[in-house]
Design a protein around this ligand. Structure first.
Ligand SMILES: [Zn+2]
Length: 432
């Protein structure tokens, strides 16, 4: 009896202690949940290679995840446990910042939980898959709704034969010659970096390394490596055209993925928010990252400044005729309006409404790309599935938000863009 009593007495003491104000050094639930969340992501990565896109937290956490990964079923139970911790913080914590972190992490854990279902073979319709992984429901338009844009492009590139072939022939004149590629990319990156540094305080020593690769389904990839360093790989299977220089430099580098990585690392190291030390590929911030990367070009080169820089600096560097810059810029602007068709085609293909062959045909016809590029786009869809919404819907979301809060004020636009990277943010936070 004495023993039972002492145990009860001890439990009563423990209960009193947990009701008391947290002592100095006591870990808060939000931080415990954050560590759990990071460990969850690292263990999912052992079941799906590439799930974790970048990680710069404690090395031993990754070693432990790799040495003793739990089963998918156990990880689902763990995810549910973390969701419980986070729900309690989101509902009860007196600190607004903790509630905000909890809300964003809760969305991340729900995404991870669904990814675990997918690892076991579960599939949902395209739009639902997108919403469950990325917390953003894409709006799909019919392919017919893009016909007016195709008609405008028809007028820009008149002639006989299929429009996609004419566009391809036109585009071929703007391919950066192999021996000029490095110089053009270096100059584009330097300009994007300088423009970004004009608005943001980036750490000393931040930099990235760029290399050219082949045989990938993506056209470029930023591997953020921690310590403010990135490795950026550019795929040359489809030879990059001159417009790609600024697109890649801004999207992968400044103010895109490289800068996003720096801000994540800053939140981890300075504010001790460990959830920022891991970046799963499938995550509710993916629309903000990819959309931010795409919108970053417009942010860094507003209005006509992009065309001016390309024509006056990059074209001569690429040994291309600057007089052709305006016509090519006009074509690029029109082609960008077709990007939403990629979602429609991906949805039809993944939902089983059309064959793979048909998806490649439609990509060629409605996105006006070469057969090789169309094949690459569908291969990307095979691999990354609903991830494509992050580029298109994400860009629309970011642009609308930045323009709504900042109007045409350039400095205010940079500030609005920075706020998205600085604070825990979900796509829903950018919706009016
Ligand atoms: Zn990207």
């Amino acid at each position: 009896m004495g023993r039972v009593f002492s145990v009860l007495f001890f439990l009563a003491l423990a209960a009193c202690a947990s009701l008391a104000a947290p002592q100095a050094g006591a870990r808060r639930t939000i931080d415990i949940a954050a560590e759990n969340y990071v460990r969850l992501a690292l263990e999912i990565d052992t079941h799906e290679e590439g799930y974790v896109d970048s990680y710069f937290g404690p090395v031993e956490w990754r070693e432990q995840a790799r040495a003793n990964p739990r089963s998918v079923a156990d990880l689902k139970a763990f995810a549910d446990h973390i969701a419980g911790q986070l729900s309690s913080v989101a509902a009860n914590d007196t600190d607004a910042t903790s509630r905000r972190r909890a809300r964003v992490m809760l969305a991340a854990v729900r995404s991870a939980r669904f990814r675990l279902d997918m690892i076991e073979g579960a599939r949902a319709p395209f739009v639902e898959e997108a919403e469950r992984l990325f917390a953003l429901r894409p709006a799909l338009r019919s392919l017919e709704s893009y016909e007016p844009v195709l008609a405008r492009i028809e007028a820009l590139v008149p002639g006989r034969g299929a429009l996609s072939e004419r566009v391809e022939t036109f585009r071929a004149r703007y391919v950066i010659p192999d021996d000029r590629r490095q110089a053009v990319m270096d100059r584009a990156i330097a300009e994007c970096r300088a423009r970004t540094r004009g608005h943001y305080a980036l750490p000393e020593g931040e930099s990235f390394r760029m290399e050219f690769v082949t045989g990938k389904s993506w056209s470029a990839y930023n591997w953020y490596q921690g310590n403010n360093q990135s490795l950026i790989q550019v795929n040359t299977d489809v030879p990059p055209t001159i417009d790609r220089a600024l697109t890649l430099a801004c999207h992968e580098g400044y103010p895109g993925h490289h800068v996003q990585g720096i801000y994540n690392e800053r939140n981890y190291r300075r504010r001790n928010w460990v959830e920022f030390s891991v970046a799963p590929l499938f995550h509710p911030t993916a629309p903000l990252n990819e959309g931010g990367g795409n919108y970053g070009v417009e942010l860094a080169f507003p209005g006509e400044t992009r065309l001016a820089f390309e024509r006056d600096v990059l074209y001569p560097l690429a040994s291309l005729e600057p007089a052709g810059a305006a016509a090519y810029g006009q074509l690029q602007t029109a082609l960008a309006e077709l990007s939403g068709a990629r979602l429609t085609i991906s949805a039809q293909y993944l939902d089983g409404a059309i064959s793979r062959e048909r998806a490649v045909d439609l990509a060629e016809r409605h996105l006006l790309v070469s057969r090789a590029r169309a094949e690459q786009l569908v291969a990307f869809t095979d691999h990354y599935r609903a991830y494509v919404i992050n580029y298109v819907s994400g860009e629309d979301l970011i642009r609308a938000h930045v323009e709504r809060v900042a109007g045409a004020d350039v400095a205010a636009r940079w500030a609005a863009f920075e706020a998205i990277m600085s604070e825990p943010t979900l796509p829903e936070d950018l919706q009016p």
